[in-house]
Design a protein around this ligand. Sequence first.
Ligand SMILES: NC(=O)c1ccc[n+]([C@@H]2O[C@H](COP(=O)([O-])OP(=O)(O)OC[C@H]3O[C@@H](n4cnc5c(N)ncnc54)[C@H](OP(=O)(O)O)[C@@H]3O)[C@@H](O)[C@H]2O)c1
Length: 251
Amino acid sequence: MKYAVITGTSKGLGASIAKLLMEASVHVIGLARGTNQKLENANLPGSYQHYQVDLSDIEQTERTFREIISFLEDQPLDSLQLVQNAALVSPIEQAGKQSAKELTSHVHVNLLTPMVVTNLWLDLLRDLDIPLVLVNITSGAANRSVYGWNAYGSTKAGLDRYTDTVALEQDKLKTGNKVFLFDPSIMDTDMQGQIRSADPSQFVDVEQFKNYKKEDKLRSTEVVAKVLVDRLLDEKSIKNGDYFSVKDILK
Ligand SMILES: NC(=O)c1ccc[n+]([C@@H]2O[C@H](COP(=O)([O-])OP(=O)(O)OC[C@H]3O[C@@H](n4cnc5c(N)ncnc54)[C@H](OP(=O)(O)O)[C@@H]3O)[C@@H](O)[C@H]2O)c1
């Protein structure tokens, strides 16, 4: 059976990736603080199992992933994919006006948790006789500085470097595992709503992002998720160390 573990499935891109994989008979394990009744009640070829967890809490996250991995070890696995999608954009604010608490949560969810989970995943699943597929969701913000997004740009840039380095290690170790990045570009989600609600003193480009919404420039998560899921369902097409953007496929 095919299994996928996806973080951030209560809404947005993560929920759409989960649904499309379930339509393709993949058994999905989703994580978020909230739940997703639609996925839990969906009548699709693949099943859905949800873990409510705060991914900013490293101990809770490690405990939950140990539980998930021990469940998976008892399953007949034909393929196993991990999609690290959960992230937050806040605090949107110039440096000098943020709280340490907000910054800590931000760095945990966007960067430290994906590192801790990757480490655990590669360690505990080392002896599996199938190659692992692991995709981290990045953002164009990793590659450009945006006023007010100092935390978000930094954690996404860190995630890019981390993912690329792990891919290099897996290559040298000849594990056959495939680790790559996916950039979904701008999508119509709660995260964009939060961006639009920022004060111009916190985020100088706020008008531009309000216009993206007005001018219908934000892609739906279903459309973006399909691009990633098409690739996930064709494992041979995945290149270890790849950086893959929705814009490579949808112009
Ligand atoms: N939207 C865009 O335009 C855009 C652009 C480029 C990249 N991205 C990236 O795409 C990915 C998905 O973004 P999205 O727009 O779908 O975001 P979203 O609608 O805000 O959803 C974020 C998901 O992450 C989960 N999450 C956040 N904090 C969490 C925590 N502490 N513990 C557990 N789960 C947590 C949320 O669940 P709960 O709140 O229920 O916990 C939710 O399921 C992110 O990596 C984002 O950086 C988005």
